[in-house]
Design a protein around this ligand. Structure first.
Ligand code: FA5
Length: 343
């Protein structure tokens, strides 16, 4: 019996070695490993052996069967063949593959990018872990300035190669640092927008998150005035809402613009009557902006006697709230699929 098994194995392996295409491989597989194949024929006699022989030859038979199966499988893969499956019922419904989709903030961001590229703006990116210099100092906010208190953030300590510790990195509180980076890189004239994630140490409520999205806009050229700014902001809102929206413009203070404005939008959730999202005021702060401060132009390497510019810092997450009528900002990052699947 042992002799028979070993001879069969050697013969099968020799023939397997010589086989040259998938069809003859399949014939060979049936010949040796099929239900009525040569191996099955030999193994059929094992149950009639006595106790000890049954054990020995049973184990040997299995060992050879597994070894041959492995070698045949390797050859099948070599020929690019697939394992034959049983009966397939093609009338059964298919497996449903869940399709993903874009997050509502991404949808609004994509719309904004289309609006701005059509006006000749480029789309820029910047680091989320930013230096204190770009996030504050270069924007005319020195260390002692009270404007820092309005944008408290997470300060990151790092250790330099010489072992000294410094904490000059911050999770950026706004997309405005990319204004400086863009001017330094591209000079003037310049038009660009910067969508991106920003972070603040914040008291969370229906309209305040610690992690949210903004979109910075910057245009620098000769003779840029506040008219250009207001026109651009209106184009932005018309493009997103595709209908007239009530807005109001009031003076606003930011150290990096002069003059500064705040554009508020009438709360789309309560129609101006007052609700938690607009802190019961009927208006939502959405679009602070202004004319770029000469110190900021200088920090970007641009001569303020020749060039002027405007900048804005759109609250992108809040815009998505207004566009889709979302009452609570916390839903965006909450991971609740019942909310996300609606978009
Ligand atoms: C700024 O961040 C300035 N960098 C904007 C700017 C840019 C002004 C260029 C002038 C020129 P502010 O802190 O107001 O400004 O934030 C801008 C917008 O981000 C707000 O109007 C609001 O829509 C949104 N925002 C601010 N804080 C939060 C928050 N915690 N959660 C969600 N949205 C917020």
């Amino acid at each position: 019996m042992e002799e028979k098994l070993r001879q069969l194995k050697d013969k099968a392996l020799r023939e397997l070695e010589r086989v040259s295409d998938l069809n003859s491989f399949r014939d060979l597989e049936i010949k040796y490993l099929g239900r009525k194949g040569e191996l099955a024929e030999i193994l059929k006699s094992i149950p009639s052996l006595n106790g000890e022989e049954k054990k020995i030859f049973g184990a040997l038979g299995n060992e050879i069967k597994n070894e041959l199966a492995k070698k045949f499988e390797e050859k099948r893969i070599f020929f690019g063949g697939k394992r034959e499956r049983g009966f397939i019922d093609i009338t059964l419904p298919g497996e449903k593959i869940e399709g993903g989709h874009l997050h509502p903030i991404t949808l609004v961001q994509n719309d904004l990018e289309n609006i701005f590229t059509s006006m000749g703006f480029m789309i820029l990116d910047g680091p989320e872990l930013e230096s204190d210099y770009y996030n504050f100092e270069a924007l005319n906010i020195p260390p002692y300035h009270p404007a820092r208190d309005m944008q408290d953030t997470f300060y990151i300590a790092r250790t330099d190669a010489d072992g000294t510790g410094v904490s000059d990195l911050v999770l950026r509180t706004h997309t405005s640092p990319v204004q400086i980076r863009a001017m330094q890189k591209y000079g003037a004239p310049f038009r660009g927008v910067v969508p991106g994630r920003v972070f603040r140490s914040e008291n969370i409520d229906a309209s305040h998150e610690h992690t949210f999205y903004q979109m910075e806009g910057l245009m620098v050229d000769k003779d840029i005035s506040i008219d250009n700014l207001i026109f651009t902001l209106k184009q932005l809102l018309n493009g997103i809402f595709k209908r007239a929206v009530d807005t109001r413009i009031r003076p606003g203070y930011f150290p990096f613009v002069e003059p500064g404005i705040e554009l508020d939008i009438k709360c789309a959730l309560c129609g101006g009557a007052g609700c938690p999202a607009c802190k019961h005021s009927g208006w939502l702060e959405l679009l602070p902006a202004g004319m770029v401060h000469p110190n900021v132009l200088r920090a970007g390497g641009i001569d303020p006697d020749i060039y002027s510019g405007f900048a804005f810092g759109l609250g992108l997450t809040r815009l998505a709230m207004m566009k889709y009528g979302i009452e609570d900002i916390r839903l965006f990052n909450g991971g609740d699929l019942r909310f996300l699947k609606q978009f």
